[in-house]
Design a protein around this ligand. Structure first.
Ligand SMILES: NC(=O)C1=CN([C@@H]2O[C@H](COP(=O)(O)OP(=O)(O)OC[C@H]3O[C@@H](n4cnc5c(N)ncnc54)[C@H](OP(=O)(O)O)[C@@H]3O)[C@@H](O)[C@H]2O)C=CC1
Ligand SMILES: CC(=O)N[C@@H](CCC(=O)OP(=O)(O)O)C(=O)O
Length: 356
């Protein structure tokens, strides 16, 4: 997709460059022709060359980690926050005042319901007005608003896989919106690059388990996104969401269960998906009854989706896979950047998945 806008090189900065989404952003940005990476921050490793911490970037980056200083960040045209929740909401207001554009990968600006955010994240929100003004960075729904946004809140990884798997059906009022069920499993990189016992190799390998089955903080984000696309007057979508931890590094596999409304079939649902995502460069609607694999999207910005109708009953099963660090975080952030600056949406995101 070409917008005809004049192409220029912009300066970007990454806050949180020692984490998994930060380094994934850096990997992708190194191959982006319109971007100069002006700064990458770490409080713990300021002064250390990036390629010393991440040898995969030797020969690709001469950058040295800096302290996350607002004067440094304000020199950039665009700042990515790849930090735990609570960090961006404290630092973004000043950058916004100075006219810098921001893409936040954390949950700080995703929810419009601030009391809900405060309940789920257990702290007061420091910038509720900015949260109200931010644009939710799911391009398949908000492309136009993203183009003009100063602050984009990148969706969470589970919410991306799950929303893309149900949006065509809810927009067309083709499924019962109440009582949806989402079982989703994530690779361990979804939990970030931090030392938690349950993420040790000896705990997580050769093992499979659910977590937060009684309520995960992505639930309100998913419900907000699903309700946003429903026709007016519909019963608001509600779901049971159970996340699982997979003994692998990257990838999310979501299995979504919904009841078809009378008159709907596998074929009509398949037609809805094919029509809805026909022009989407990063959503692949596979033939019905196929089985998308996380491996087929590893390192890419793709979401691959397939539909099933077991035993010809009234349940429609949607399978949706993404790479949590890519379409679930950093590659989606790049897609948002491309839209914000009027570039081809696929710039820097063209490579196929890594195999094996
Ligand atoms: N991992 C995933 O698959 C996904 C993650 N996300 C979200 O993206 C964000 C980043 O995730 P991830 O990369 O996994 O996290 P990591 O834990 O791997 O990295 C966090 C980074 O933030 C920096 N940081 C921590 N506290 C501060 C602070 N107060 N000020 C400035 N920098 C700070 C850390 O560096 P240092 O301490 O050296 O400064 C580190 O580089 C999180 O909000 C996460 O929920 C969203 C979608 C998917
Ligand atoms: C496997 C794993 O632990 N995954 C993380 C999801 C990471 C993510 O997307 O986080 P935010 O929405 O907070 O940005 C979790 O369940 O907390």
């Amino acid at each position: 997709m070409s917008t005809g806008v004049t192409v220029r090189v912009i300066k970007v900065a990454i806050v949180g460059g020692t984490g998994y989404t930060g380094v994934e952003l850096l990997r992708l940005l190194c191959g982006h022709p319109q971007v100069e990476i002006a700064a990458i921050t770490s409080r713990t490793l300021a002064g250390t060359p990036v390629a010393e911490l991440f040898p995969s970037l030797r020969g690709h980056s001469e950058l040295v980690f800096s302290e996350p200083d607002v004067e440094l960040l304000a020199k950039a045209d665009l700042v990515f926050f790849a930090t735990p929740h609570g960090v961006a909401q404290a630092q973004v207001p000043e950058l916004i005042r100075r006219g810098v554009r921001v893409i936040d990968l954390s949950a700080d600006f995703r929810l419009k319901d601030i009391p809900a955010w405060e309940r789920w994240y257990g702290q007061l929100h420091a910038a509720p007005v900015l949260a109200a003004e931010s644009v939710y960075g799911l391009p398949e729904v908000h492309r136009q608003e993203i183009a003009g946004a100063q602050l984009v809140a990148c969706p969470g990884c589970y919410p991306t896989a799950i929303q893309l798997g149900w949006i065509p059906l809810l927009e067309a009022d083709a499924i019962e919106p109440i009582g949806l069920i989402a079982n989703a499993a994530s690779g361990a990189s979804g939990a970030g690059r931090q030392g938690k016992t349950e993420l040790l190799f000896a705990e997580n390998s050769d093992n499979f388990r659910a977590y937060a089955a009684g309520g995960h903080r992505h639930l309100p984000e998913i419900e907000q996104g699903l309700r946003n696309v429903q026709p007016q007057g519909s019963d608001p979508a509600s779901l049971t969401f159970v996340p699982h931890l997979l003994p692998m590094v990257r990838g999310i596999h979501a299995t979504l269960y919904a009841r078809l409304k009378p008159g709907q079939t596998l074929e009509s649902a398949q037609a809805l998906f094919e029509e809805r995502y026909r022009d989407e460069p990063f959503v692949d609607v596979m033939p019905p009854e196929s089985h998308p694999q996380t491996r087929s999207v590893r390192g890419t910005n793709l979401c691959r989706i397939s539909l099933h109708r077991p035993q010809d009953g009234d349940t429609l099963v949607v399978l949706s896979v993404i790479d949590n660090l890519a379409k679930g975080a950093s590659a989606q952030a790049l897609q948002n950047m491309n839209i914000m600056f009027g570039w081809d949406e696929t710039l820097g995101l063209e490579s196929p998945a890594l195999l094996p």
